[in-house]
Structures are given as structure tokens and as C-alpha cells.
Design a binder for this molecule. Structure first.
Ligand code: AHR
Length: 699
């Protein structure tokens, strides 16, 4: 397997360290005379797409299991390749006479492994501990539903003791079996057939790294499977719901769309390990886990225990999109495994002979899939999302509790694919989708680099094919973002639109574990985004990536939101995104500067929109300089000017400033009113600041 870091030599790296451009190397003199920015209220441009500012979700950095998906038990069904991963016998299982992961008469054909424990001497240590995902986060007074399938074997086991207890330093079972008990219950009434038991535990304390202890009562044999500890507090109190605080952070952003499930995870390291949405729906206990392709991608952040349980599957992604008011944008595999890894390709046409993937539990239907398999998956997904109850896949959605269609309008064909192999697969794929669903908007890929030969060729061909949306990715140094604010100024205004599908400023380099979510990165992204907004006739979607990271289990940095098992915080980058997505406006307004100065000149960046719903003019301003800067905003042709404006200011004198669990608001927006007394609105921008002004006024 190729390692991600050395393999990713993006052409854009050549841009790093450029100097003497329009935007860099200028003296930062205090400016006394205000700079005039003319907002042409009477010359409105394109509508701002409702999808303009959205979210990119990928299960990287423990974003799903251990993060957004709040199941506390790791490897609950003993189905991982290493069947006891996450489980440890207490004191080396010395009190058990035997234990084994068995597959004799399992619960089901898909869930065909379980833990069998036998004790010949009764002991409080006769059992196992589950370590959770870097521990289990529990809150005092919080309720947690414990459920398990049990089957009694030979002997006289009279019950199962279930204890939620504090973990010690390191929080693994290694820390010893005697942490303080936070909740305890006994499960009795065992039978010799598999039976599900469920009980609610109430935690007596708060612990970031608790663990679950299961011990036999009496002597004999007991089989266990599908062990779950799930908080009752989930977003909208859903039974298989999501972590409340993390969903709230997303909802607070007013996101236009939710892209899922990635990211390279869509592709997999090889085709067997690709993301297959059909494996992620239906009964949660029957979803077969799969290795997470990020587990060993970075040698310096290797995470061998990283799997996907698919408790958060496609139904839940659609439901999440609905809950946070975002358009769902599923990205599907185009018949290509990650080109940074195996680059395995599904053949185009014909039937593939049985190959290396034959027999995998993730290849139920095909020995080795052809492109047709992937196309059919996409057609079935659209039916799952939008089809009536009378359709085979629509019926599955209805059976899962969502009678109304999810109203899917966008799908992505391929994640970050490149080269002729992609275009050869994309074209028949796109045509098949369009033939059946002519109104579906298709997102296509321009590859991992925002320029260069492969990018140019892909863009040209996709435009010839009249692609609706091209997905561009850029991970680059902060200065790249400021230097490229005009990137879209000369893009064609008609035809294909742009989805800035993955971007983030990297303070050190792509893949570096030293990258920080610094204010320098965030303010540079804010500056760049004025260029997206000014080109709202070309750019209709944009999302920062990646979204989430667990502070103890990440692989990739920077990330927009960081969390531990109890708390979460938004980075400065989060606040930049939020300030855009909660202030999108409805119509782009051109902004001019004196003597034809370009956007970004003297490190002053700006864009403007009208919000026809509220009757306001919204002006976004980035002052990338250590001096305060007075500006005059001339609202050309404005009607019905009000008197009280509202400013939201995100600023820090220190470009290296970051937020953290301890200081989540170190760089956070502050709101303040300001007076509007004429169409020439004056305002002084703070040093190193991103400011959104809402000015009451109509066009
Ligand atoms: O955001 C992290 C990764 O960067 C994504 O999975 C991939 O699409 C890109 O290369």
C-alpha cells in the first residue's frame, strides 16, 4: 500500500512560497484615509445558490464511530478481523476457564461471531471489559441503553453483571479492572436460545474515559453478541441517533448541503474495501463492519483499530441532512479504488471473472464487480432516496421509518478520481443516470489538484460532456488562498458550475501532523471565499474538509471541529465557515475599488450580497494586516436605508492563535451594532479580522 504522504505530491505544492505577488510582500502601513468600496446595489449579479456553503463529512479521524455516531461499545458484534479488538479479559481473563470467539449457531449468517465465556469458579473478575473509542464519554445523570444478545450454555450461569466504570489513566482495560462504578445492573432470566435483553443505566458521575465491564454470575458458559451501550440523549432523541452537541454545531451553520460519505473512504484502498451504501442500511445489528481505509494511511498516525461499523449509514446520512436543513449530496464510487493506493479498476462492460475479491463478506452479489455494478448501485440509491413505497428500494426506506422521499437532487460520480480511467467510466455512468433520472444533478471530479495537465484535461472533457458540477479540491498553504482569490474571475459564466468540494489551508504541508487550525489559515480561507461569493454565477457549492477530528484518534489535520468523548469546539475555520453560511444573502452584488484595484489588493478582501428576504445588504470584509483599516462602503443605488447595522467580527492580533478544548472561544465571533447614517457607511476593520456587516437597505 502506498503511503498517503509521499504519494501526494500535488502540483500546487509548486505554488508554495511564492512571493512578490499582488497580495504579499506589501508594507503594512497604518492607513488613515479610508478605503472606499463601492457596492453596486443597483447592478445585482447572480443569485446565491441555496447550496452555496455546505459540509463535507467523511469518516476520518473517528468522525463516525467514536464521534458523530455515539455507540459507546467498540466492536460490539465481534465481527472485526481481529475478533476481540476493543475487548480485554479482566486480569488477563485469569478468572475464566476458557473464552473463545465462536461461530457455532450464531445469531444470523451476517452476524456470525460471538463471545463464549466459561467460568468454573465464580469470581467478580470472570468477564471482559470493552474499552470504547478511546474510552467512553458518560455524563452524570445521563441515561444509557445497554442491550445484548445472550444464550446460556452448559452449567449454571445465573446472570450477567453489567458495570459502567471509570477508566484509569490510559483508559484502556490495561488500567486495571477496578475503576469506580458509575452504574451497575444484573441481567437475569437467561435462556438456552439467543434472546435480546435491554436495560437503561444511569451514570452516577461524569467521565471522559469510562468503560464497560461484563462479568458472569455463577459458573458455566454464556454466549454474548451485539453488545451495545447507547446514550438516550441523541439528536431529536432518535433511537439510532447522533451525538447531540456535534449535530448542533453543524445545524448552527445553516449548511446548504451535506456531502457524504467522503472523501477517499468512498473509494477504499481496493474495490473490496470500497464504501457500499447497500451494506449500510436496514437493521443496525446486521450491518457488517469494514476496515476504515484511514487506519494505516499515515504511518505517523497509524490507527489499526479503526473500522466502520456503519451504524451511521446512508439512511442516517439522509436523515441528518434533513435534520440540519441541508441538501444531501452522496458521493458514489465510480468503479475505481483509491488511486493513491491500489488504483484497482472495475472493468467497463462484460462480466468479470472471479478474482481476488471473491468470497469477501462485502461482495455478496459479485465476485468482482464491473462498472455496471456501480451504475446499478447509483440507480438503486436514487430509488432508495426518492422512490415510492411500491418500488423495491423505496420500500426499504419506508420500512426504515421514512415514508416521504428524501428528495435527492445531487449525486457525485467518483470522489477524487483522475486520468482517462476516470473519464472512461464517468461518461457511461453519467449517461445511465441521466437516462433514468434526467433531472438529477451530477457532481463530477477534477481530481486532487486544482491545476496542471490532468486537471485541465478533466475540466475540458467534463465541460464538453456538459457536466453540471465539477468538484475541485485544494489543500494548500494559507498564502495560496489569498493569492488565488481571483481563481474564478475568468471561469466561463455559462454551462458547468463549480463545487469547491474540499479545501483547507495547511499551515505546514498536506499530510503534516503539525498542521494547525490557526487564525492565519482561517483568515486566509475567509479571504479566498470572497472570491467564491463574487463568482456566485460559477461557484454554487463549497465545503471545508475534513469536518471532524477526535483529539485522541485523528489521522489528518487540520479539521473544522475537534472533540473528545464529552466536549467539542469549533476552530477559527469553523467560525469563518459559519459566518459565511449564516450570512449568504440571496443575490451577489459587485464590489468595486478606486482606480481598478483588485480584490485583495493591499490585503483587503471583500464581497457583497443582498438579502432580499430580510432587506439587508451583507458585506464581507477581510483585513489581512496588523493595522486597523477604516473603510467607506458606498451603497450605490440603495433604497430604504435603515439606521442600525450589525457587525459580526472574527479577529485576533495573533495569526498563530488557535482554539482548543480548554479555550474554545479564543478566536470566536463577536457581534456589535453600528450606525448607518448615509449610503456611505463608515466602519473601521480590526487588525487581522474577518467582518460581516449587515446593513439594512434594499435593492
Ligand atoms: O479530506 C481528506 C482527503 O483529502 C479526502 O478523503 C480526499 O478526497 C482528499 O484527498
Amino acid at each position: 500500500m502506498l503511503n498517503f504522504l509521499p504519494a501526494r505530491t500535488y502540483p500546487l505544492a509548486a505554488c508554495l512560497g511564492l512571493s512578490g505577488s499582488l497580495l504579499t510582500g506589501l508594507p503594512t502601513l497604518a492607513q488613515t484615509a479610508p478605503t472606499t468600496l463601492t457596492v453596486q446595489v443597483n447592478k445585482p449579479g447572480a443569485p446565491i445558490a441555496k447550496t452555496m456553503y455546505g459540509l463535507f463529512f467523511e469518516d476520518i479521524n473517528f468522525a463516525a464511530d467514536g464521534g458523530l455516531y455515539p455507540e459507546l461499545v467498540k466492536n460490539k458484534s465481534f465481527e472485526l478481523d481481529e475478533h476481540l479488538l476493543g475487548w480485554r479479559g479482566i486480569r488477563g481473563a485469569a478468572a475464566l476457564s476458557t473464552y473463545t470467539v465462536s461461530s457455532q449457531q450464531p445469531i444470523s449468517a451476517t452476524n456470525n461471531h460471538f463471545l463464549r465465556m466459561t467460568a468454573t469458579t465464580a469470581s467478580p473478575d470472570a468477564g471482559f471489559i470493552n474499552e470504547g473509542f478511546r474510552g467512553m464519554g458518560v455524563k452524570q445523570g445521563g441515561e444509557y441503553t445497554f442491550s445484548v444478545y445472550l444464550r446460556k450454555g452448559a452449567g449454571g450461569v445465573s446472570g450477567l453483571n453489567v458495570t459502567l466504570e471509570e477508566g484509569g489513566p490510559g483508559a484502556g482495560p490495561e488500567a486495571g479492572p477496578s475503576g469506580k462504578a458509575l452504574a451497575h445492573t444484573r441481567i437475569t432470566g437467561l435462556t438456552t436460545e439467543w434472546k435480546k435483553y435491554s436495560v437503561v443505566l444511569k451514570s452516577a458521575g461524569t467521565a471522559e474515559k469510562a468503560r464497560l465491564k461484563l462479568t458472569l454470575e455463577g459458573t458455566g458458559t454464556l454466549d454474548l453478541d451485539v453488545v451495545s451501550l447507547f446514550p438516550k440523549d441523541t439528536y431529536k432523541n432518535r433511537e439510532n441517533g447522533l451525538r447531540t452537541d456535534l449535530v448542533q454545531l453543524l445545524k448552527d451553520m445553516n449548511p446548504g448541503f451535506l456531502r457524504f460519505p467522503g472523501g477517499c473512504i468512498v473509494e477504499g484502498r481496493n474495490l473490496t474495501e470500497r464504501y457500499q451504501w447497500k451494506e449500510t442500511i436496514g437493521d443496525v445489528a446486521s450491518r457488517v463492519p469494514l476496515v476504515n481505509r484511514w487506519n494505516m494511511e499515515f504511518k505517523h498516525r497509524s490507527t489499526p483499530d479503526y473500522y466502520q461499523s456503519f451504524g451511521l449509514g446512508f439512511f442516517e446520512y439522509f436523515q441528518l441532512s434533513e435534520d440540519i436543513g441541508a441538501e444531501p449530496v452522496p458521493i458514489l464510487n465510480v468503479g475505481m479504488a483509491c488511486q493513491f493506493n491500489s488504483a484497482e479498476m472495475a472493468p467497463i462492460g462484460g462480466t468479470a471473472a472471479a478474482g481476488p475479491n471473491a468470497g469477501s463478506p462485502h461482495n455478496h452479489e459479485d465476485d468482482d464487480p464491473t462498472l455496471e455494478t456501480f451504475i446499478q448501485d447509483a440507480l438503486d440509491l436514487i430509488e432508495f432516496a426518492n422512490g415510492p413505497a411500491s418500488s423495491p428500494w423505496g420500500a426499504k426506506r419506508v420500512a426504515m421509518g421514512h415514508a416521504a422521499p428524501f428528495n435527492l437532487k445531487y449525486i457525485g460520480i467518483g470522489n477524487e478520481q483522475w486520468g482517462p480511467q476516470y473519464l472512461e467510466r464517468y461518461e457511461p455512468f453519467m449517461k445511465a443516470v441521466k437516462a433514468k433520472y434526467p433531472n438529477m444533478n451530477i457532481v463530477s471530479s477534477a481530481g486532487p489538484s486544482p491545476d496542471g495537465e490532468l486537471f485541465d484535461k478533466a475540466t475540458q472533457r467534463l465541460r464538453e460532456l456538459k457536466a453540471e458540477v465539477i468538484d475541485e479540491h485544494y489543500y494548500a498553504k494559507p498564502e495560496w488562498f489569498r493569492q488565488n482569490v481571483g481563481r474564478y474571475d475568468n471561469y466561463p459564466t455559462t454551462g458547468t458550475k463549480i463545487f469547491a468540494g474540499e479545501y483547507a489551508a495547511q499551515s505546514v504541508a498536506i499530510g503534516s501532523p503539525d498542521n494547525k487550525n490557526s487564525w492565519d489559515c482561517a483568515i486566509s480561507e475567509a479571504a479566498f471565499m470572497t472570491g467564491l461569493e463574487r463568482n456566485a454565477d460559477k461557484v454554487i457549492m463549497a465545503s471545508y474538509a475534513p469536518l471532524f477530528a477526535h483529539v485522541d484518534a485523528w489521522q489528518w489535520t487540520p479539521d473544522m471541529i475537534w472533540f473528545d468523548n464529552l466536549k467539542a469546539y469549533g476552530t477559527p475555520n469553523y467560525y469563518v465557515q459559519k459566518m459565511y453560511s449564516t450570512n449568504p444573502g440571496t443575490t451577489m452584488l459587485p464590489v468595486q475599488r478606486a482606480a481598478g484595484a483588485k480584490n485583495g489588493q493591499d490585503n483587503l478582501f471583500s464581497s457583497a450580497t443582498a438579502d432580499d428576504k430580510t432587506g439587508e445588504i451583507i458585506v464581507k470584509l477581510v483585513n489581512y494586516s496588523p493595522q486597523a483599516r477604516p473603510v467607506t462602503i458606498a451603497l450605490q443605488g440603495v433604497k430604504k436605508l435603515g439606521k442600525a447595522g450589525r457587525a459580526t467580527v472574527l479577529a485576533s492580533a495573533d495569526l498563530n492563535a488557535v482554539n482548543s478544548l480548554e479555550q474554545p472561544q479564543n478566536v470566536a465571533p463577536k457581534e456589535e451594532p453600528f450606525k448607518v447614517s448615509s449610503p456611505n457607511v463608515t466602519y473601521t476593520l480590526a487588525p487581522n479580522s474577518f467582518t460581516v456587516l449587515r446593513i439594512p437597505g434594499k435593492r
